[in-house]
Design a protein around this ligand. Sequence first.
Ligand SMILES: [Zn+2]
Length: 304
Amino acid sequence: MHASVIEAVRERGPAPADRKRERCPLCASERLQHCLTLPHNPLLKCADCGLSCTERIGSDEAVAEYYRDRTAHAGKLEEGNELAAAMASFQAELLSRVISHEGGRLLELGCAAGNLLAAMEQRGWQCWGVELSETSLQAASSTTHATLHLGTLDNFSHPLEDFDCIAAFDLLAHLTDPVTTLRQAASLLRPGGWLVLSTVNEGWPLVPVFQRLFSLLPDQTAGLRDEMYEAQHYAYFNKSTLTRLMREAGLDLHTVEPLAPFSAHYFRHQYRLTKRLALTGMLGLDRLMGASRKMLVAARKPLG
Ligand SMILES: [Zn+2]
């Protein structure tokens, strides 16, 4: 039924890249330097703040068009996958642990088919979801009672300072203008409210090792490279650039913690044996280093 998860990611095709970046999306520096050759869109690194970002991004219209009829995905899972609900309850656990209170008003950015919203409703939350994919939003309307909005925060009209929590799992890397989006999110949070997100951790200690490998042996490492740098991503943060991002958005960074890749929990069994062993080895190494390729990030809106 589900071909390999990596095929599924590839089949989505690269996200639009019709606009060349002139400046770093985080610090506005013009000193963007080539970092890694990728098949569709080279990776650059800002010499001033250290953010890694693609050379080109999509215009708002192109991005909206790209996602309109693509089913949104949660991690590497397609909606409708029986594992999506399991992953949603894992995410609900993470949220509940971070914000340590039950119930309130929750907004999810990139709510896909609504599995997390449904899980949070069961925990007593009143939910809203924003999603660019019309296909996914249709699915969400039968999964959850949440109020659903097609589009982005640009056209989401909602009273300011209304939400207790905004969740954005695996969204940050897809944003063309992360500072603006997070400022919009911050304006919707009540003072003391939480922003909780997960994203790729470019500060993972093995990143320089893999980047060197990808440059030296591009053909032999293409599969791993395309998995580490998905063609739908525009930016990769580490703890330092995240700290700056939250400050720019008017939020206080609360915690950044390693998050084992969802692949470890949910589709390791789909990998062939050598890859499964490699993943197991890497997870062991991660435990030793206290690090992970993914991170869970929590930030709060200052109280006054
Ligand atoms: Zn920068």
